[in-house]
Design a protein around this ligand. Sequence first.
Ligand code: ADP
Length: 459
Amino acid sequence: MRSLAAKLTLAFLLVGLTGSILVAAVIQQRTRLAFNRFVLDRDQQALVDNLLTYYQANGSWRGVGINLLAFLNSPAQFPGEDGDFRRNWERFTLADANQMVIASTQQSQTERQLSEHDLEQAIALVVDGQTVGWLVLSDVREWVPNRLESLFLTNINRAALLSALIAILLAFALGGFLAFGMTRSLRELTEATQALARGQLGQQVQVRSRDELGELAASFNQMSSDLERATQARRQMTADIAHDLRSPLSVLSGYAEALSDGKLPGSPEVYAILHQETLHLSRLVEDLRLLSLADAGELPLARQDISAQVLLERVAARHAVTAQQRSVTLNVQTAPHLPSINVDVERMAQVFDNLVSNAFRYTPPGGTIDLAATVLAASQGRPAAVQVQVRDSGAGIDPQDLPHIFDRFYRGDSARQSENESGLGLAIARSIVEAHGGAITAASSPGQGSVFTITIPAG
Ligand code: ADP
C-alpha cells in the first residue's frame, strides 16, 4: 500500500473496529448480567408476595407443605409469565417466625431451627410490621432466559451490533475524509517540489493549517521564494559581470587591433589607456574573487590590534590631497580612550577607502566628510564595540535605493555612472565587515547627506 491516505484510513478503520467490537461486547455482557439480576429479583419478589398472600388469607402457615411451596414457586403463579417451567433456585426453605423450618425442598431439614448461616441469607416475611416467617433460597441456578427474555436479549444484541456497524462505517467514511484532507497538503508539496526540481521556480503552496504540515508548507514557500530570488540574483550577477568585463575588453581589443594593423601608432597616451583598462579589469576580477571568498567564509584575515583613531587618521591622510582638490573638508573625530579593534588593517582600510571615495563622489565642493569613532558599552549580552561612522554632507541616497545599495552591482543613479563604478564597492565593504563579525548600515535623506555606520566588536 503506497498511499499515506489509504494507510491513515485503514488505521482509523482499525481503531473504529476495535472500539466498536469492544463496546458491543461490554454492552452485551453487562446487559446479560443486569437482566439476570433483574429477573432473579423479580422472581424472588413474586414468591415472597405469593407466600405473604397465603399467610394473610390463612392467618398462619398452616397447611404449607412442600407441595404447596413448590406450587407457589411455580412460574404459573408469577404474573405475566408465559408458562415456561423454570425455577431459579434449586433449594428453598420456609421457616416460621421462630425460625423453625416448616417446609423445605430437603425433607431432612424440617422440624429444625434455621442455622446461623441460613439466617444470614434469609428473607424476612413481614405482615403489618410483624415478621411472620423466613424464606431461604439457595443454590441459585445459572440463569436460562425464557422465550421473551431471550427475545429481549437478542434485540439488545442486535442494537449493539447495529451501532457497532454504523460506528465502523462512520470511522471508514470520516477516516477517509480526514486522511484525504491531511494528506492534501503533502500531495501539493510533492507536486510543487517536483515542479521546482524541473526548474519551474516560484512555486508556492497553500498553507492550510497551523500544525506541523502548515509549518512545512510555510517553510517550503519561504525556501521557494528565497531560491527564486537567489537564482534571479545569480543570473543578474552573471549578466552584470559579463557586461562589466566587456567594456574594458572591447577597448583593449580595439586598441590592440589598431596597433597591430599599424593604423594607430604607439604613444605614451595609448599605452596609458591600455594600462588603465587592464588595471580596471584586474580590479574587477579581484573584487569578484574577494566576494566569492567571503561568500564561502574563506576570506583570509591577517588580524592585528589597532586603534580606530590610527586607522581613521591613515584613511584621512590618504585622501587629504583629494579633499583639497575638491574643496571638501575631511575631519576625523574620535572619542577619547577608544578600545582597540582586532582587524585586518588592509581590508578595513579598503572598506573605509570605498566609503570615503563614495562620499567624495556625492559631496559637492564646500561640503564636509566626517570620520568619527565612538565606543558602544557592552549591554544585554552584546559585547563592547567600536562604532565608526563616515558622514558626508552630499546629495544623500534616494529612499528607493537605500535598501539595495549593499547589493552586488547595484548602482543608484545611472546618470552618474562612470568607468570606475562597478556597483561592488558597498557589497565588498559589507562582506569584509561581516567577516570581522561586525555590521554595516546606511542612513540618509536626500539632500541631507549620508551616514554609513560600521560596528566592530572591541577586542
Ligand atoms: P559604486 O562602486 O558604483 O559606487 P557602491 O556599491 O559603492 O557602488 O555604491 C552603490 C550605490 O550606493 C551607488 O551607486 C550610489 O547610488 C549609492 N551611494 C553609495 N555611497 C553614497 C553616498 N555617500 N552618497 C550617496 N549615494 C551613495
